[in-house]
Design a protein around this ligand. Sequence first.
Ligand code: KG4
Ligand code: ZN
Length: 348
Amino acid sequence: MGKTILGIETSCDETAVAIIEVSGNIITVRANLVYSQIKEHRPFGGVVPEVAARKHLEILPEMLLKARSIWKKDLKTLDGIAVTLGPGLVTSLMVGFDSAKTVAWLYKKKLISVNHLEGHIHSGTLPDVEKGDIKKIRFPALALVVSGGHTELIMMKNLTSYTKVGETVDDAAGEAFDKVAKLLGLGYPGGPAVEKAARGIKNSSYKFPRPMSKDTKTLNFSFAGLKTAVRILLEKEKNWKSKKKEISRAFEEAVVDSIIIKTNLAIERYKPKTLLAGGGVINNELLRARLKELAIKKNISLLISPKRYTMDNAVMVAYVGYLNRTRGVTLKRFGELSAKPNLEYGEI
Ligand code: KG4
Ligand code: ZN
């Protein structure tokens, strides 16, 4: 018998609802709705927490109703309700978490909390079709999460053991893309804008540093200096507006190189059998290509998130909810928990 899980995700600026069915090794996505609040945040050039929370509050109820009507079944038949507990923006998380609590209470369903980052990690195992095989992780595995809020390397001994072995000491890679896009006047969100601007440029005449890459003792990353390097260049270079494409390419290469250098180091150090990769920046074509090359060179299997699940979505939340449910992680007393903006691995 398969299990049907409703997933709710509101950790940042995407409001997302999904219904999945998992039977053995097969996942079927019954509904997958994402409302990206780009329009609401564009005037500010970044996510404004209060604006995000208000929009989640306004739109989540109708998205839940829409998911139900797409699925065409009664929520009474669900096997559980999965929701992002953290990490993320506290006011955004609260909207999703408290709504999930209410729905679970109303329908007398199990409430399953999910770590958003586990969602990004496991999105690498999901098929690039509505119905298909869930890919097997061979342990030990190394996971790379690169998003707007996080850039980290995690070692996994099994499905429940996550050890962070490297992380950014300042900005996340996605945040650096967003900030540099703003400096270059390329718009918001920055990652896709910089990628588009850099398209077609093979050899940029600019070169930015690869921060912390020579320090092989640590698997940590740093991206704030890279953003400063771009700012300094723009201050010096009078005609930078005509060089946006070359600057974008050089910046993209510096970020991707920095990520690949530390991922390579982590593979040499921990000898994983699988490399998982997820998060919004994994959408980047150059990064995807370089990760594929690295996996071939190191002879490990790469489970990279299909593009449809790189950005925040509720399918990944529902799927980790399913994993958590099968390992008995459900909340019995609804009153005992609320959103955790700084949730760590292993806290659920
Ligand atoms: O995973 P995500 O949707 O949200 C967080 O959990 O943070 O990631 C959003 C981030 C943004 O910073 C966005 O600029 C970046 O992912 N991003 C990209 C690309 N597409 C999205 N960065 C580089 N290249 C892309 N193609
Ligand atoms: Zn995310």
